[in-house]
Design a protein around this ligand. Structure first.
Ligand SMILES: CCCCCCCC/C=C\CCCCCCCC(=O)N[C@@H](CO[C@@H]1OC[C@@H](O)[C@H](O)[C@H]1O)[C@H](O)/C=C/CCCCCCCCCCCCC
Ligand SMILES: O=c1ccn([C@@H]2O[C@H](COP(=O)(O)OP(=O)(O)O)[C@@H](O)[C@H]2O)c(=O)[nH]1
Length: 428
């Protein structure tokens, strides 16, 4: 809690903007999510002198492309490009196709062409469901001091309507925040790739993003590689604002089961996660104090739960950085639901199959989240002539190599242009 209080919502130090490096923002998109227009719009309004927006559309989707084009027309001064899945490897280059065959992570696959075109020394990988406040990019860059190689935002949520939104906010602002900040405080690699600012040179050094394409938890491996090269990993001063329009308690539970399955394959310590939940630790505290001091176990457990509940509320307020969008009563109900559902989530993740479903496709997880896809990624179809022409300039980095993969990590636990020049938008 103290670490979060120290970290979050602090004003960034002012520095000479002219010295700030450019940022290539990569937005991997898969479909027309609700709120997408509002969310993407915030990226055109960032208060930052030099950035480009690289939109990656996984599969050809007219509505999604129209939405992006509309935004690009609204903001002609913002440098942006659009990469559509079907045009990525349409040059007919067999080598390019073969190079991408072993990429199992669809997000990596989707981002590849944008990464190859990124012109700035920093890249920001930013998931589709995020909304960004106008100063956040600046804040993140300010965190990238000389010895830092990666700045990541702790996942949190925007204020949205409904009980499911409250449950998500309570989860990301209490248990998730507590563990995320604690693990980062002690210097262990715990990075979520939802919103990650990275020095491009770190990724180029291992052959580009494709080197992480074997794993579903690419975020963990990217952070692992950055730290291995001697850079520090730093939590940003503002949490990531997830603003997905499709949310429900069951969607959240399924997502948490998927994440838990990933963590289990990243570290055996993840199997201990149930022990750091409020109710299990209350039972343990009751038993231990009864054994040692003959205290009443029920009273100890009840006090433990009450104190935990109050501290969770404070933790959530710290993460939120202001008033909560729901009452204390709603907090209590959402908190209880979150606490009890966690055991269901662990049970399903620990005992369930190694298959995870992600954006409509299924993957079998191997050691270290190495993925074997069950439903195949879209293979490059012949592209429409306009796109063939425009995409022929899409090249993959010559330094890239399909052999440049990282070792299966298993339980790796690491300590871990002219400023105003705006190019016109172009369809690549
Ligand atoms: C007795 C006490 C025992 C304590 C044991 C503690 C065990 C650890 C507890 C909690 C871990 C919390 C980790 C929180 C963040 C993880 C969120 C997450 O699971 N993210 C994964 C999925 O992210 C998406 O994946 C796909 C990607 O494309 C998307 O963009 C992502 O958003 C992500 O892959 C995982 C990232 C980091 C995992 C860290 C693993 C830590 C393992 C436990 C370390 C235990 C240290 C114990 C210290 C007390
Ligand atoms: O097949 C896929 C699955 C996901 N993504 C992108 O990866 C990011 C994270 O996806 P999601 O929000 O589903 O992941 P989660 O945070 O739930 O793990 C989003 O920008 C997606 O558009 C993608 O490009 N292709």
């Amino acid at each position: 809690m103290s670490y979060s209080l120290y970290k979050f919502h602090r004003k960034p130090s002012h520095s000479n903007l002219k010295e700030i490096p450019g940022v290539s923002i990569i937005k991997p998109l898969t479909g027309l999510d609700t709120n997408l227009y509002e969310n993407l719009k915030t990226f055109f309004n960032l208060q930052y002198p030099r950035y480009e927006l690289l939109f990656c559309v996984q599969e050809h989707d007219n509505e999604l492309i129209d939405l992006i084009e509309r935004l690009r027309e609204e903001y002609p001064d913002v440098d942006s490009q659009l990469f559509v899945g079907s045009q990525k490897f349409s040059s007919g280059d067999k080598l390019l196709k073969n190079d991408t065959m072993d990429i199992k992570n669809p997000k990596i696959y989707n981002m590849l062409p944008a990464y190859e075109k990124a012109q700035y020394p920093y890249i920001l990988i930013s998931d589709s469901g995020l909304l960004m406040h106008e100063h956040t990019l600046y804040d993140m860059v300010m965190c990238m001091t000389d010895n830092v190689g990666l700045v990541h935002q702790m996942p949190f949520t925007c204020d949205r309507k409904g009980f499911a939104a409250s449950v998500e906010k309570v989860y990301f602002g209490t248990q998730h925040a507590r563990m995320y900040m604690t693990i980062n405080l002690i210097g262990i690699n715990c990075v979520t790739g939802m919103s990650c600012l990275i020095r491009k040179e770190c990724i180029d050094r291992v052959g580009g993003l494709r080197a992480f394409g074997h794993y579903i938890a690419e975020d963990y491996y990217i952070a692992y590689e950055v730290a291995k090269q001697g850079w520090k990993l730093r939590v940003a001063s503002t949490p990531a604002q997830q603003n997905s329009g499709e949310y429900s308690v069951s969607t959240w539970i399924d997502r948490m089961i998927r994440w838990c399955k990933l963590r289990m394959r990243l570290s055996p310590l993840a199997y201990l996660e149930p022990l750091q939940e409020c109710f299990s630790s209350a039972i343990l505290a009751g038993i231990v104090t009864n054994y040692l001091f003959e205290w009443n176990a029920l009273v100890v457990a009840a006090c433990h739960i009450l104190i935990w509940f109050i501290l969770d509320y404070l933790m959530l307020r710290i993460t939120q950085g202001g008033a909560l969008p729901f009452s204390k009563f709603e907090f209590a109900i959402a908190w209880l639901l979150r606490e009890f559902s966690s055991f269901y989530i662990y049970f399903k993740a620990f005992t369930g199959s190694s298959i995870v479903k992600w954006r409509g496709k299924e993957y079998r997880l191997g050691s270290g989240t190495r993925a074997e896809e069950l439903s195949s990624l879209p293979l490059p179809p012949p592209a429409p002539s306009l796109l063939v022409e425009s995409s022929s300039s899409t090249t993959l980095s010559s330094s890239s190599s399909s052999n440049s993969t990282l070792p299966v990590a298993g339980p790796h636990l690491l300590s871990s242009s002219s400023s105003s020049t705006k190019q016109s938008s172009q369809l690549v």
